[in-house]
Design a protein around this ligand. Structure first.
Ligand code: ADP
Ligand code: MG
Length: 518
């Protein structure tokens, strides 16, 4: 009926293949037959990999796994009737796994009007990968496959955009951060949703910065490597049982996780649920906090919210450890500063750590650091001395900064400053207290003057002083001091005045306690 014979004709099958190609589909699995064989041929011609399988069920399993692995839906190509019925197992499995999948089935011929169904293609791709990923089915009438069309009359919908990334509500992010911070025994459970979300980088950071133990589900394995020191897989039951706060990253509280219920869990365990699917939130348990959004984005939100808060010991030492040269001398004194520092800061050489020692003496640090700097200068040129001091400990021998400067020893002094001995006040609470009290009668004896600028002591003698309040400032000042091998420096690191060490849990005690409560 067309008048313009010069225009190239194209078959419906080719149009389907091109539409898939335009949507960045790379793989097609299937069992061909009438009327879909032409679609497989056309797909192959366009560079889509076609893998012919022996049963639609296996083809469908394969296509859904490709979707999980690549983030773009795999296609399963089937004939109508029995082909589609066989594919149902794979579709159900993809849906249960939340994996994207497009099943294309050929049905019998239809009248031309319904061919508009072809327009469902971009929607099909979108519905498989947007929101909670899953399976979708596109039915192609047989007469569409064989139809010849004018090539110029076809407009392919451009590739749909990658799934929009949604973030959780800010208040929920803060609440989650506070619940995790106050946890006695927190645990992250990393599921295949986290794997699918490509959240490995951000989750690893969270694990390491917050010193959080984690447990992968079977397919969450490898998001953070199994051999990571914080992986508690080897003690799975114990980890689940003793956690008081559990963060679920793309893992559902189904049978795999014993429904989140006792006796496998503490009856009062607080769940923080991160999921992209609102309907999943609150399934089986009543979560303490729900974070609706993409796991990678939400994890970054959590990391950012941590940055805006005052740092704690673990944040500080995490960043220090990242930059410490392996062969440096570490001198340390203080209470929490020394105790927590010991667990995070690594030593790789003998006789390279000096601290308060057997006698638990405060005030030894700067003398030790001076000695180490001299030994380094004479015998190991280039080795650095890092002296990690609590603010109170520093006070015992702070004037030795003058000695350090007089001999120009390039020692790096870090003061982890919590405004006190063990704990302190923040500036506002201190001022508030002074309004009604004489400090000698009212101030807790453990408090030191808040926000003291110890770095100015170093500056007073010609060394370099830094006052830091955020991880970024800490990273930057550490980098600068390590680069400058000619000068002593002091970094005064402000942390949360109430920051403490994570409680050490005695599981045996805890159980006794539980048994005796009615
Ligand atoms: P596992 O078997 O590893 O426990 P599940 O399949 O039970 O994992 O849970 C995966 C969860 O991840 C699903 O609830 C799904 O909605 C969710 N999910 C999938 N992709 C994302 C994403 N990008 N961001 C957040 N949640 C996601
Ligand atoms: Mg202190």
């Amino acid at each position: 009926e067309r008048s313009d014979r010069s225009e190239e004709q194209v078959s419906g099958a080719k149009v389907i293949a091109q539409a898939l190609k335009t949507q960045n589909v790379e793989y097609m699995f299937g069992v061909v037959g009438i009327p879909v064989t032409e679609i497989a041929v056309a797909a192959q011609e366009l560079g889509i990999r076609y893998i012919g399988m022996r049963n639609e069920q296996a083809a469908c399993y394969a296509a859904s796994a490709v979707g999980y692995l690549t983030g773009r839906p795999g296609v399963c190509l089937v004939v109508s009737g029995p082909g589609l019925i066989h594919a149902l197992g794979g579709m159900a499995n993809a849906n249960m796994n939340c994996w994207p999948l497009i099943v294309i089935g050929g049905s019998s011929e239809r009248s031309q009007e319904t061919m508009g169904a072809f327009q469902e293609f971009p929607q099909a791709v979108r519905s498989s990968i947007y929101g909670r990923p899953g399976a979708c089915y596109v039915d192609i009438p047989a007469d569409f496959v064989t139809l010849q069309m004018n090539v110029n009359s076809i407009k392919y919908k451009e590739c749909c955009m990658p799934p929009p990334v949604s973030m959780a509500e800010t208040s929920a992010v803060c609440m989650a951060a506070s619940v995790i911070r106050n946890a006695r025994q927190p645990l992250l459970i990393i599921g295949k949703g986290a794997a699918y979300a490509h959240a490995e980088e951000s989750i690893r950071k969270l694990v390491e910065q917050c010193k959080l133990p984690f447990l992968p589900t079977p397919m969450g394995k490898g998001v953070v490597p199994d051999n990571h020191p914080n992986c508690v897989s080897a003690a799975r039951s114990r980890a689940l049982q003793s956690a008081d706060v559990i963060v679920l990253f793309g893992a559902r509280l189904n049978w795999i996780l014993h429904f989140g219920l006792p006796p496998r869990y503490q009856p009062d365990v607080k769940f923080i649920q991160v999921d992209i699917c609102a309907e999943e939130l609150g399934n089986n348990v009543r979560p303490a906090v729900t974070l609706l959004g993409d796991i990678n984005a939400v994890t970054k939100q959590e990391l950012a919210s941590k940055k805006s808060l005052p740092m704690n010991y673990y944040t500080v030492f995490y960043h220090v450890q990242e930059q410490l040269p392996r062969d440096c001398f570490v001198v340390s004194e203080g209470a929490n500063t020394m105790d927590i520092g010991r667990t995070v800061l690594q030593n790789y050489l003998p006789r390279h750590r000096l601290d308060a020692g057997t006698f638990g003496t405060m005030g030894v640090g700067l003398g030790f650091a001076i000695a180490a700097a001299l030994v380094a200068k004479d015998r190991n040129p280039g080795k650095r001395v890092i002296c990690v001091e609590g603010d109170s400990a520093f006070g015992f021998s702070g004037m030795e900064v003058e000695t350090i400067c007089r001999y120009n020893l390039p020692i790096i002094l870090l003061i982890v400053n919590n405004n006190g001995i063990y704990q302190g006040f923040d500036t506002d609470s201190w001022k508030e207290m002074l309004k009604c009290e004489d400090a000698t009668t009212g101030a807790p004896p453990i408090c030191l003057l808040p926000d003291s600028h110890y770095e100015q002591i170093m500056a007073a003698f010609g060394g370099k002083g830094y006052f830091v309040q955020t991880p970024e400032e800490l990273q930057k000042s550490l980098r600068q001091t390590l680069e400058d091998t000619t000068k002593p420096s002091l970094i005064n690191i402000m942390i949360e005045p109430q920051a403490t060490r994570k409680a050490q849990v005695n599981i045996a005690k805890q159980k006794e306690g539980k048994a005796s409560t009615p």
